[in-house]
Design a protein around this ligand. Structure first.
Ligand code: SF4
Length: 401
């Protein structure tokens, strides 16, 4: 949830969008962007900066103001998820998190029983802080562990150790969190398949309800590129990434996790309600710098700079940097493109009814080679990627771009 943008728009955005041409599918998700970190990881390409307490205070004031001013509660929508993402949302004090949750309940229709997720970094939490988050109304934690091997964490400039991550998990359990997701990254510099499997095994032994697993992406200007050159570190070959992916998913499935998306697996009943909205033609409204939204037939994006965001909101103007109406064609291609990320794939009949299109007549000729190559499965009423297809998802998805 991060992005650049253009000039502000003085019109209240949600008021304008609600009641638009395209109705949303299901309740809304709310996203709050917290763009502060205590240190910057050398591979990170997110919209974030170093924590400054004064700036954080001013940012939170602006965030409250933006949520209040959006007036979602007056539009009759209902939100059943709230996600604090970043950056590092766990740099917020529990009282600050609690105030934002209360704001979303009063001004953004956050429903009782909503899923409320907070991203946390292990080094920022302790027993009191986690208990405070629980009391504030956080129902789910998403913890950025990335690896259970200290050498790998050091290469990424992460601030925690494996022991600290395990302690944070144990303390979170003691604080009453019964819905915890752990993130792991694979294909790290110098990482072997066996070492990746060690991290997966440690995770399985802890037993979180949900797991996210990502391949490290090296961005062109990432400091990690230079550090790898200096240190003579390298990622394994492409086959190594594929082996890691397969080994990881196999281990998770053997431990009763079901993969439900290219990079996500969960125990029964613990799929991320919020993130599913992104992949299943859902609607969400993001608040904060760089936040994206898709709601009521429109898509918009806030200005990305923290200072610009604060200035424009506190001046009483909207922080929306760019906004456009989504055409039916765009919604259709998004639904196909993103739906393929899900293990259950695309409900073709539902898409055909919703968008008045014959999927196979429209894209069949381009999809057949992927079916023949074993990357895509076509079943009555469904289209889905195979495990091999998930590794080459971007190639298959080009069909819909
Ligand atoms: S903690 Fe997360 S958002 Fe912050 S620098 Fe590291 S990867 Fe980026």
């Amino acid at each position: 949830m991060r992005a650049p943008s253009e000039a502000g728009d003085p019109v209240g955005r949600v008021d304008r969008g609600s009641g638009g041409r395209c109705g949303d599918r299901g309740p809304l998700g709310l996203y709050l962007h917290i763009p502060f970190c205590e240190a910057i990881c050398n591979y990170c390409n997110f919209n974030r900066g170093l924590l400054e307490l004064g700036l954080k205070r001013r940012y939170l004031d602006a965030l409250h103001r933006e949520i209040e001013r959006a007036g979602l509660a007056a539009t009759g929508v209902r939100a059943d998820s709230l996600f604090f993402g970043g950056g590092t949302p766990s740099v917020l004090e529990p009282i600050e998190v609690g105030a934002l949750i209360a704001r979303c309940r009063s001004d953004a229709s956050l429903a009782p029983g909503a899923e409320v997720t907070l991203e946390v970094n292990p080094e920022t939490v302790n027993a009191a802080r986690l208990a405070g988050y629980r009391e504030a109304g956080v129902t789910r934690l998403s913890m950025g562990v990335q690896s259970f091997r200290d050498a790998e964490l050091r290469r990424l400039n992460r601030q925690h150790t494996a022991t600290r991550a395990i302690d944070a998990f144990v303390v979170a359990r003691a604080a009453g969190f019964d819905d915890i997701s752990l993130d792991l990254m694979m294909w790290l510099p110098e990482q072997t398949v066996a070492q990746w499997c060690e991290s997966v095994d440690t995770l399985v032994a802890l037993g979180p309800e949900h797991v996210s697993f990502y391949l490290l992406e090296l961005y062109p200007n990432a400091p990690l590129q230079d550090e790898m050159a200096r240190g003579g570190w390298a990622q394994g070959p492409q086959e190594c990434a594929a082996d890691m992916y397969h080994a990881g998913v196999d281990r998770l499935e053997a431990a009763d996790y079901r993969q439900y998306e290219i990079s996500n697996a969960a125990r029964h009943g613990h799929r991320s309600r919020h993130n599913l909205k992104y992949w299943s033609d859902g609607a969400w409204v993001g608040f904060g710098c760089g936040a994206h939204s898709t709601h009521a037939g429109e898509r918009w994006q806030n200005v990305s700079g923290v200072g610009d965001y604060i200035d424009v909101v506190m001046a009483g103007r909207t922080p929306v940097g760019s906004l456009r109406a989504l055409s039916t064609e765009e919604r259709l291609t998004d639904t196909m493109f993103l739906g393929l990320r899900l293990s259950e794939g695309i409900d073709v009949a539902a898409v055909e009814e919703r968008y008045d299109v014959d999927v196979w007549s429209r894209w069949g000729a381009e999809l057949v080679p992927f079916v023949e190559a074993g990357l895509l499965e076509r079943e009555p009423g469904r289209l889905r990627l195979t495990r091999a297809g998930m590794l080459l998802a971007s190639e298959v998805m080009q069909v819909f771009v």
